[in-house]
Structures are given as structure tokens and as C-alpha cells.
Design a protein around this ligand. Structure first.
Ligand SMILES: [Mn+2]
Length: 319
């Protein structure tokens, strides 16, 4: 039903904006660019928006297509958000654009999504928002082309950890199989997304590993990174992606936590392996996310000071 309603809205509007979430990842960008290309193929005027711009490792997606990603808003009458669980995820620059739109659509797979748009397609059993966008594009009068396939492959492989996390389903593989028929360069995409890093990022991994401490009979692993310890490194926001896995992958660990300074705040990432719902823990600290991957941002700069309250909350969720 919701799909038909969205298609009906797309038919009615000429100026369409697609908004991705702050600190964008491959799922939000890949989903937006694929949908943008499809709508452009239907003769629509389409703009993709992101408050923070496109991280270096996803730039190839923008370069390979003819859809720009804008950090400033442009007029549009229909706004579609992708991979954004609530309106705050759009960022200050774009909440107003969303509120001013005649019609709004929310396409997402987060359990914590609060259905903030006129029409909401929220499918929490999808490993990536890209799966939903694939199903939507299949119902549009344009077909999937090689560029859209590449974007959606990035979306799927990013959120499923290259088809290895527990959110990977038969639907994920079925869609990926169809995308692969477009002769996308899977080796190159994997290298860009997963296997390429700078020397300083490599050193950052070393610092993170040095700072792992285990608690509760090795079931909880906490990594903290203080600004002072990495001041000599040239690292971007995206270089912190994946660091938490070095803690999560330790034998016996159920919950992994990465705590670090981010501007004047503290950013906390949470992961679990089998049963702890870390989105519930993140929500206690004003954040959200998925059962196995969640996060929050708390006030202050005392990274170590957050360990105690976090451990208290995590303890309540351990078997
Ligand atoms: Mn996602």
C-alpha cells in the first residue's frame, strides 16, 4: 500500500528533494543516489541533500553519476528521507526544508523510526534501506541501470558488513544477485569501502586496540579514545568507522563500546554479538539505532567519566 502511495506522490510532483542523514554512511548515500537517478530518469528535477557533505570514501558514487549532493537546500515540493530514523537525523539545515514540503515520505529500516512523515515505508526486517529503495525503483516506470545497481550495492554491503552481519537475509542476497547482473565492479567497490586505509588510520587502530578493557568476565569490551592521544594523527570522522569491531570480535565479548571525544561532546558507539539490544541502552543516553548496532552523543569531554554509568546500564542487559 505505502509503495503505491509513494509512487502516486512521485507522479504528482516535479521538484523532489531526497534527504540523507547527518554523518552519512553508504546506505543513506547509496539509497539516495539510486532513487535520485531513478526519479531523474522519470524527468523529475531531483536534488540529494546532506548537511555534512560526502565522505571521501563515497565520493566515487557521486563522480560516477550525474546527481549532485548539496549541503544547502533548494526548492522542492516533495521530500523523501532515506535511512533517517527521526527528524533530528536530517540535521538542522534540512529539518525546515522537510517541514516546508507539501508532501513527505520516510523510507527507513530502523526499529526506532518514529513515523514522522506523511507516508512511511519502514521495514525493520531489511538489512539496509537500499533493499527498500530497490523494491520501490522496481515498481517505477524506469528500470534499474548500472549506476543505480552500483549505488544500491554500496547501500547493501555497507549496512550488512559486506553480507556478513545477522541482518543479512535471503532478500539481501536476492537483491544483491540482481544488482550483480548489471556488471558492477564488486571488487573495486569492496576495496573502496572496506580494504583501503591511510597510514594514520592504521595507527588509530593501534591506539584503539591498546585502549581495550574487558569487564563482566570478558563479556563487555570498552575502547576509549581521548583527543589528546590522537592529536598527532590526521584522521577524519569516517576513520573511526569499524574501530569498535576490534573490541566486538574478542572471544567471549557480547557488548562492545567505543567512547571518544567529538567536538565538545562525547560520541558513544555500541555493538552486540548475539542477544543484548544495544539500541535500548543507547536510548537511555538519548540515542538510538538497531538491536546489534546503536549509538548516542552525550554532553561533556570526560571520556573516561562515561564508562561507569554505561557499565551500570549494560549490566542490566546481560544474561
Ligand atoms: Mn541503514
Amino acid at each position: 500500500m505505502a509503495y503505491e502511495e509513494v509512487i502516486h506522490l512521485i507522479d504528482r510532483h516535479q521538484y523532489i528533494g531526497i534527504i540523507t542523514h547527518i554523518m552519512p554512511d553508504g546506505d543513506t548515500l547509496g539509497s539516495a543516489l539510486a532513487l535520485g537517478a531513478a526519479l531523474k530518469g522519470m524527468g523529475k528535477r531531483v536534488s540529494v541533500f546532506n548537511q555534512d557533505g560526502v565522505p571521501a570514501k563515497y565520493k566515487f558514487l557521486v563522480e560516477n553519476g550525474d546527481i549532485g549532493v548539496y549541503t544547502k537546500h533548494q526548492d522542492c515540493t516533495l521530500v523523501i528521507t532515506v535511512d533517517c530514523s527521526d527528524i533530528d537525523r536530517l540535521g538542522d539545515s534540512f529539518t525546515q526544508l522537510f517541514k516546508n514540503a507539501q508532501d513527505t515520505v520516510n523510507i527507513d529500516h530502523h526499529k526506532s523510526n518514529n513515523m514522522y512523515a506523511d507516508i512511511n515505508i519502514v521495514e525493520t526486517d531489511c538489512g539496509a534501506t537500499g533493499e527498500i529503495v530497490y523494491k520501490l525503483i522496481k515498481q517505477l516506470p524506469v528500470g534499474i541501470n548500472k549506476y543505480m545497481a552500483e549505488c544500491l550495492y554500496v547501500a547493501l554491503s555497507t549496512d550488512t558488513g559486506s553480507f556478513s552481519y545477522s541482518n543479512t537475509t535471503s532478500q539481501t542476497f536476492a537483491i544483491a544477485s540482481n544488482l550483480a547482473k548489471h556488471e558492477i565492479n564488486i571488487g573495486r567497490i569492496s576495496r573502496e569501502l572496506f580494504y583501503k586505509r591511510s597510514l594514520d588510520k592504521t595507527k588509530l587502530i593501534g591506539i584503539a586496540i591498546d585502549n581495550i578493557t574487558l569487564y563482566f568476565e570478558n563479556r563487555v569490551a570498552i575502547v576509549y579514545i581521548e583527543n589528546a592521544s590522537i592529536a598527532h594523527l590526521s584522521v577524519d570522522e569516517e576513520d573511526f568507522d569499524g574501530l569498535i569491531n576490534y573490541a566486538r570480535e574478542i572471544e567471549g565479548v557480547e557488548v562492545a563500546v567505543l567512547i571518544r571525544n567529538k567536538g565538545d561532546s562525547i560520541k558513544i558507539g555500541l555493538r552486540s554479538n548475539t542477544y543484548v539490544d544495544v539500541s535500548a541502552i543507547a536510548q537511555k543516553f538519548g540515542g538510538g539505532g538497531h538491536e546489534r548496532a546503536a549509538g548516542c552523543i552525550v554532553e561533556g569531554t570526560d571520556v573516561k567519566g562515561t564508562i561507569k554509568p554505561l557499565l551500570a546500564e549494560i549490566a542490566a542487559h546481560l544474561d
